[in-house]
Write a protein that binds this ligand. Sequence first.
Ligand code: ZN
Length: 135
Amino acid sequence: MKIICVDHIGIAVKNIDDSLELYKALKLKVSGIEEVSDQKVKIASIPVGETEIELLEPTGSDSTIAKYITKKGEGLHHIALRVENIDKALQELKGKNIKFIDEKPKQGAGGKKIIFARPGSAGGLLLELCQKEEI
Ligand code: ZN
């Protein structure tokens, strides 16, 4: 398996518009806002070099992001590493006792294939692996 880069950093926020004040002060710009309905989340992408900051706003009270904010407050939610081949990475990491939340990768924002490792098997970190859409 090969890790290409940090694809994005996910930040849980109550409200994207309110949170944008900080990023405006940092002179960063939103490149797009997308709703991922099956995850009940609205995502604002803010490019920072090769990486992006993703602001994650819950769109329902039963969203995992809403639950996260209730429990831990707003802030760092997950880190996503971009891999060359997500299926290969998954297979290799499963063999190294890293456990994943889902069996198979699913469709994430921007047409990426994504999967999350269980924090209990990844040093307390919610680690996402993602692979860019094949062109
Ligand atoms: Zn993510």
